[in-house]
Write a protein that binds this ligand. Structure first.
Ligand code: FAD
Length: 295
């Protein structure tokens, strides 16, 4: 089933993101996390793709294993920058053959590609990848990325929303956002999308801060992310990492409660392959499972 259909049926639709583990120990940790999260009946889960295809096989193997061993609906991320059309076609064919029909179509970060060889017939932007998937695999569901606080490469926000519209018009059927800490940024983004004629479901990406170190890493990963002063002050006053974690999870919980209250179609939790924050957020929502139907 396409994610856009799932988003229509599940309310609240909460989903989780994992990254492919690089060692046996990390793999065990991830599968223990997944076992703990399965009872929450997430709307879907997604698996990231390392910059420039650095986790190509690991992503593929994890997606296929989850598909075979669980009943989860799975989205495989795919970045295109630095890959040839032939390589991308082969990856998509393999997914298609294995019954994986939901792809998060991304460009990937050029900065992390500086030393990677360039593919002559490669893609420049995610909108080209979306059109490519739509052309070769019209039955696939396609998600794309959105940036409530703006993507750092396009400071002109009017232009940026035009680019987003092009990507959606190429065939995307839902959109998942970059992490953010102030819901007003998301609501404003939704309004700007609507004004631009973008009417696909928007899933809000939330990453709970679990330590001051993790916050610094998030600042690097999500360039331009705005950390509200109130949150920073609370974290600065935390006595230790355990207290910082509590503050981060409470903040994310308040965000999720408010998003669900505003009827945002879905919330995607960036788990970093750990279950604690997601379990606590779920408990605070006071619902039986994430697939309880409709209000
Ligand atoms: P695009 O939509 O191509 O946009 C990139 C930039 O180009 C934007 O500034 C846009 O405004 C601009 N642009 C678009 N079209 C044009 C045009 N025609 N002319 C000029 N400028 C244009 N990265 C990974 O490596 N692996 C992952 O698994 C991964 N998962 C992600 C999941 C989500 C939900 C999000 C939000 C991001 C993820 N990323 C991932 C990061 C992503 O690859 C980077 O943020 C990347 O810089 C942008 O990707 P995009 O698909 O939005 O690119």
């Amino acid at each position: 089933m396409h994610i856009s259909d799932i988003l229509r049926r599940h309310r609240p639709a909460i989903s989780f993101e994992f990254f492919p583990p690089k060692s046996e120990a990390m793999s065990q940790e991830l599968f223990s996390t997944i076992q703990q999260l399965i009872p929450l009946k997430p709307a879907y889960v997604s698996v990231t793709y390392g910059a420039g295809g650095s986790t190509r096989e690991l992503t593929h193997d994890l997606v296929v294993r989850l598909h075979r061993e669980t009943h989860l609906s799975i989205v495989s991320h795919l970045t295109c920058v630095g890959s040839s059309r032939r390589e991308i076609l082969r990856i998509l064919q393999r997914y298609d053959e294995q019954g994986i029909h939901n792809i998060m179509a991304l460009r990937g970060d050029r900065a992390r590609q500086e030393h990677a060889p360039r593919a002559e017939d490669g893609f420049r932007y995610a909108c080209e990848l979306v059109a490519f998937i739509k052309h070769h695999f019209p039955h696939m569901g396609i998600g794309v990325a959105g940036f409530p606080e703006g993507h750092p490469e396009t400071p002109n926000r009017l232009k940026e929303i035009e680019h987003l519209k092009t990507k959606v018009d190429a065939g995307a059927d839902y959109l998942c956002t970059q992490l953010f800490f102030d819901n007003r940024d998301l609501y404003d983004f939704c309004e700007r999308c609507e004004l631009a004629g973008i009417h696909i479901p928007i899933v809000a990406g939330i990453m709970p801060i679990t330590s001051r170190k993790s916050m610094k890493r998030m600042g690097e990963l999500a360039l331009g992310a705005r950390f509200p002063g109130k949150l920073l002050r609370a974290l600065a006053n935390a006595e230790d990492d355990a207290q910082a974690e509590k503050i981060g999870i409470n903040w994310a919980t308040e965000q999720v409660l408010d998003l669900l209250d505003q009827n945002i179609p879905g919330v995607h939790l960036y788990t970093l392959n750990k279950s604690k924050a997601s379990l606590q957020i779920h408990a605070a929502l006071n619902i039986q499972s994430f697939d309880m139907l409709v209000r």
